[in-house]
Design a binder for this molecule. Sequence first.
Ligand SMILES: Cc1cc2nc3c(=O)[nH]c(=O)nc-3n(C[C@H](O)[C@H](O)[C@H](O)COP(=O)(O)OP(=O)(O)OC[C@H]3O[C@@H](n4cnc5c(N)ncnc54)[C@H](O)[C@@H]3O)c2cc1C
Length: 415
Amino acid sequence: MEEKKIYIIGAGLSGLVAALELEKAGLSPVILEASDRVGGRMKTDEIDGFRLDHGFQVLNTAYPEAKKYLDLHALQLKTFDPGAVIFDGKDSYVITDPLRNPLKIVGMAFSKVGTFLDKVKMFSLTQELKKKSNEEIFAEPSIPTHQYLKQYGFSDQIISNFFKPFFRGIFLEKHLNTSSRMFEFVFKMFSLGHAAVPARGMGEIPEMIKRQLSTTQIYFNSPVRSVEGTRITLENGDQLPADRVIIAVQPDRIMKQLQGQFAPARTVVNLYFSTQKSFLARPMIGLLPSGQLVNNLVFMDDVSEAYSSNGRSLLSVTVLESHLTEKELVKAVQAELESISGIKAEYFKPVKQYHISYALPHVDDMKYSIPHTECKIVDQVYLAGDYLLNGSINAAMTSGRTAAEAVIHSFMPTH
Ligand SMILES: Cc1cc2nc3c(=O)[nH]c(=O)nc-3n(C[C@H](O)[C@H](O)[C@H](O)COP(=O)(O)OP(=O)(O)OC[C@H]3O[C@@H](n4cnc5c(N)ncnc54)[C@H](O)[C@@H]3O)c2cc1C
């Protein structure tokens, strides 16, 4: 094939996967990335002997796309214990494995979160979802998750004590308005796989895809201002003519005609504290069903020791909504941590806060995949990114592959 100039805008997971697929077809794309490294929303900083992921996120080992593009063994995945520690005021209790082995949970422990009937329903939902393909799940009618849970017959008790705090932390919204399709998909993934992080942080995931690239050129610190037809204009004014363009970022930022077409994204605040030692002392997520600010927390070094190399523990706290200043937020969260752990507020030493204004896209019509014919936006310009399907690692990877397929297909002779 004669040398074609293919530009990919964005080096997040979708852009990286697109590049990998293009390379497999013998093409050599160029990635233009605004920041100084790959990964987009999935990055890990190293600060004061800690590894800080940009926002608490996990890889589910059952994601089909992750198995395609990642060597899960080489990532040295560290898995969470399934289930959660529920903090109920000063009380706390553990529910082990509710999404996989609900019937195995001891009655006493479960009675604090739900009813016997909930347990049976959890079991039957697990069985039903295992029989459905992911495509079938996303072809189901979409209703808000909170409505789905009621319709399925779950009690108010288990909805408030478990489903709400658990899925709020995944959907990054308080009311579980997210589509039931996403609920079913996530529920199924958790019943088949494990939540995990690479030993050295989530940033290892995009780095692993980057290492597989050999003929792709990546230009960092190269923000794109606009794309008109196949003409790319960088923020510095340089213009780049292209044969094909893949826009692997929500395109309203660079295509004027799309401005105002997307609903605001989900935001989140992730606070890190260091402590002398973990008060959970297990690789498990902590949920606060009636937390004022804190929705969920986890000691990252309980999951993977490499998250801390300075002898202290690293606590990651997720806050869904806050209008407080950084200082006020630290104080309020420290007070909440004291109230659940009994450890004095000042022993939670602030490390860093990440205010993530674009965490998950708002997607009305969630999909598992789209045909490659649907990702063309104008002639020779194609779209990739999780916002096309659903906000997940799996979707970002799928969208990257689909856009690459569209580009490859566009070079094929038509008859
Ligand atoms: C806090 C948080 C928690 C999450 N939790 C999970 C989870 O537990 N499980 C899960 O599956 N998913 C989770 N996700 C979602 C997952 O991280 C994303 O779906 C995925 O990383 C999106 O990849 P992407 O390539 O579509 O977009 P992005 O990662 O946003 O990549 C876009 C890239 O384009 C670059 N860019 C932007 N504008 C320009 C421009 N003008 N010019 C050039 N480059 C530009 C950006 O710098 C970025 O590198 C979470 C996300 C966040 C933020």
